[in-house]
Design a protein around this ligand. Structure first.
Ligand code: DOR
Ligand code: ZN
Length: 355
């Protein structure tokens, strides 16, 4: 059996391609190749590189790397440590948004001072999104700041019932707030920790079954799904003190289409969560001739070692899923045929530069 469905340009609004600085984990070519193999046509890359993206020079350096290596479309986030607000007017037009870390994770960009958070909210343009990693009570502060200063905020990788409940309440108060979750919170829970060990360690952490159920029951309040593709080597993930993060670019679309098969989602919902949702949040237009053909009836087993991501592992290794990516087109050019990347490094475009 075979049933080809067409998904319009899938956007992954949260990835860590590690380039520059940690290209032994991933780079713009391998990361964007993994995106195409996963049916994704644009990726938005986070600023927590080894040397974080905190000024216009670092941003320009990363733009040049992406221009040279990317095979799908891309956008970049700017980072902040609270001391670089003077750079904001210089960079905001060229980035997807600002990333603000209020909770502990890979990269050490965490901000804990409330006054600094307020200064950041005052300094960042109101028409550009601030994407926020805020766990537990940290979310209260950013909701208050968004209400006080009128910024657009997007809470990324929501993992618990408590977080999503607070976001729904804020939405009801007409605060400019949106949110996403990831496939790992929708398909994995604390019950996977024992089997996966370091290969399940991620920030925010995997949560309870009751949290996962709340995410599924309230999927209509979730504005998009992102992978938070955060590759670390197998050797690093086998360490006792493992770095946080899971790869996800090549498993998101099949996992979501498997959920469609199980009647947990519909295809229009998948399109809202992976395409029109992120376009709306970040003000990005659809690109003509950009789409993915997937065989929703084709079943296959996820094989971590066979993935294109440099890290060559997946927390979903061995899972049987539906939805094989057959062909990917960008601006009417076939860029992936189900086996091979058909375009040269550098063919991907900066979404901020498309009119
Ligand atoms: O688990 C994570 N890993 N969470 C993050 O927020 C960052 C990411 C990374 O950069 O590895
Ligand atoms: Zn992340």
């Amino acid at each position: 059996m075979s049933k080809i469905i067409i998904l319009p340009g899938i956007v992954d609004a949260h990835v860590h391609l590690r380039d520059p600085g940690q290209t032994y984990k991933e780079d713009f070519f391998t990361g964007t190749s993994a995106a195409l193999a996963g049916g994704i046509t644009s990726v938005f890359d986070m600023p927590n590189n080894l040397v974080p993206i905190l000024d216009i020079d670092k941003l320009n350096e990363k733009v040049k790397i992406a221009e040279k290596k990317a095979v799908c479309d891309w956008g970049l986030y700017f980072g902040t440590d609270g001391n670089n607000t003077d750079e904001f007017p210089l960079v905001y037009k060229y980035v997807i948004g600002l990333k603000l870390y209020l909770s502990d994770t890979t990269g050490g960009l965490i901000i804990s001072d409330k006054d600094i958070v307020e200064k950041i909210f005052q300094s960042w343009p109101k028409n550009k999104v601030i994407v926020i990693h805020a766990e537990e009570e940290k979310i209260d502060l950013v909701i208050k700041c968004a209400q006080k200063y009128g910024n657009k905020i997007h809470i990324t990788h929501v993992n618990t019932k408590e977080m999503l409940k607070k976001i729904i309440l804020a939405k009801n108060l007409k605060i400019k707030i949106t949110c996403d979750t990831t496939p790992h919170y929708l398909f994995l829970t604390v019950h996977h920790l024992e089997k996966l060990q370091g290969f399940s360690q991620v920030k925010p952490p995997l949560a309870q079954k009751s949290d996962q159920k709340y995410l599924w029951d309230n999927i209509s309040h979730i504005d998009c799904i992102v992978t938070d593709h955060a590759p670390h080597t197998k050797e690093e993930k086998a360490l006792k003190e493992t770095p946080y993060g899971l790869p996800g670019l090549e498993t998101m679309v099949p996992l979501l289409l498997t959920a469609v098969k199980e009647n947990k989602l519909t295809v229009p919902e998948v399109i809202r969560l992976t395409c029109t949702g992120p376009q709306k949040i970040f003000g990005i237009k659809a690109t003509e001739g950009t789409y993915t053909e997937v065989d929703i009836d084709e079943k296959f087993r996820i094989d971590g070692a066979g993935l294109r991501t440099k890290c060559k592992w997946s927390p979903f290794n061995g899972w049987n899923v539906y939805g094989k990516v057959k062909n990917v087109f960008i601006r009417s050019e076939k860029v992936f045929d189900g086996r091979n990347i058909l375009v040269n490094p550098g063919s991907g475009k900066n979404v901020m530069m498309l009119e």
